[in-house]
Write a protein that binds this ligand. Structure first.
Ligand SMILES: *Cc1c(COP(=O)(O)O)cnc(C)c1O
Length: 360
């Protein structure tokens, strides 16, 4: 039986990926030099596609790293000298803060209960914080910020660098990236690609900050520091031999998504999300974890279960439908369901029907 993965990442591959892998292999793409014109043209196409997809001005640069986790460390090295402020509302936002602390930086935290988001109208951020970090969609809890939160943060803190984790949300939700200075994702969530590629976006304020830190004799890393990444990116290359197959596939999937239309993808995301929410409200054994409706994630739904989550997970697995457990300590009390661009309306309808017909 063919399984369908609704896990929050890795997840089901985007439906065109298998064909693209075959064509990459047929062309021998993984064997060519990463310093060749043929590689450079794929790199450029991928970067141009991402800039088009996210509506970015020339003020932004695109770098390829190995994961979002790597990018956390690069931000700690390149963009913060002494102090940062982290909105912590779950495991991923918390991990970033820990990495920053490992660098001896004073990482101030605005911590709120799991399932909620920091109230940006009330938040107090020290003026001395050089960077403010938000996780748009906290995958561990299913709590999501809104576009109006981003607008308020930008207006309230024009002098700070604003960093946005969009790992489990881009490109499914429209985000105005001109409101932030740096953002990043890894490809195994909404893009439906094999893991092992993190994409980092920085604007020229970030480039300047990294240069200032060098001027103060701070060590900002070596091969993957911003100046080195930028000098190679200007030639459509990378400092090390990159995940070439990953970049090739990302380029293809970005083209596929642009051709389908981001508007269409986002409308479908809304429709499927409404269907999943309706399912939760109609299943006697499920209830929403995120209390505030506007903060409920559209891409990674997290819900409470009044039976051990493995009962639900195993019953669905028998039908080939693979959903996620709760995260960390909530593993047995919750389920998590991804609603990514590769998940069709029909697949989400099938999942909903199967959940509602479970005999629990
Ligand atoms: C998955 C995830 C990450 C980590 O991604 P890696 O590719 O494992 O480094 C970071 N932030 C969020 C919100 C995530 O969902």
């Amino acid at each position: 039986m063919k399984k369908i993965y609704f896990t929050p990442g890795p997840s089901e591959l985007y439906f065109t990926v298998e064909e693209h892998i075959k064509s990459a292999l047929r062309q021998g793409f993984p064997s060519i030099s990463h310093r060749s014109k043929a590689y450079e043209s794929v790199h450029k196409s991928c970067v141009d596609g991402l800039k088009e997809m996210f509506n970015l001005s020339d003020d932004y640069h695109v770098f390829f790293c190995s994961s979002a986790t790597e990018i956390w460390e690069r931000i700690a090295q390149n963009l913060i000298e002494k102090e940062s402020c982290h909105f912590v509302n779950g495991a991923f936002s918390g991990k970033f803060k820990k990495i920053v602390e490992n660098y001896g930086i004073h990482a101030f935290e605005e911590k709120v209960e799991l399932g909620t988001t920091v109230d940006v109208d009330k938040v107090l951020i020290p003026e001395s914080a050089e960077l403010i970090s938000l996780t748009y969609n906290e995958t561990s809890t299913g709590a999501s910020y809104t576009s109006s939160d981003l607008i308020k943060i930008r207006e309230g803190f024009p002098d700070q660098l604003v960093s946005l984790d969009v790992v489990s949300v881009a490109p499914s939700i429209e985000i105005d990236f001109s409101l932030v200075d740096t953002f990043y994702f890894s490809v195994q969530k909404c893009f439906g690609l094999p893991a092992g590629l993190g994409v980092w976006f920085v604007n020229n304020r970030c480039v300047k900050k990294a240069e200032q830190l060098i001027g103060k004799n701070k060590v900002i890393g070596s091969y993957h520091c911003i100046p080195e990444l930028l000098s190679k990116a200007n030639n459509n290359q990378t400092p090390a031999t990159p995940n070439m197959l990953g970049i090739y596939l990302l380029d293809k999937v970005v083209q596929d998504m642009i051709k389908k239309g981001l508007k269409q993808i986002r409308q479908e995301t809304n429709y499927k999300s409404a269907l999943l929410n309706h399912t939760v409200e109609n299943a006697s054994f499920l209830s929403h974890f995120v209390p505030n409706e506007v903060n409920r994630s559209k891409t990674t739904l997290v819900v409470n279960s009044n039976v051990t989550s493995s009962v639900i997970i195993e019953s669905l697995a028998k039908k080939g439908l693979v959903i996620g457990t709760g995260y960390g300590e909530l593993k047995n009390q919750q389920i998590r369901i991804a609603n990514f661009p590769t998940h069709s309306k029909e697949q989400i309808e099938l999942l909903s029907d199967q959940i509602l017909s479970l005999n629990i």
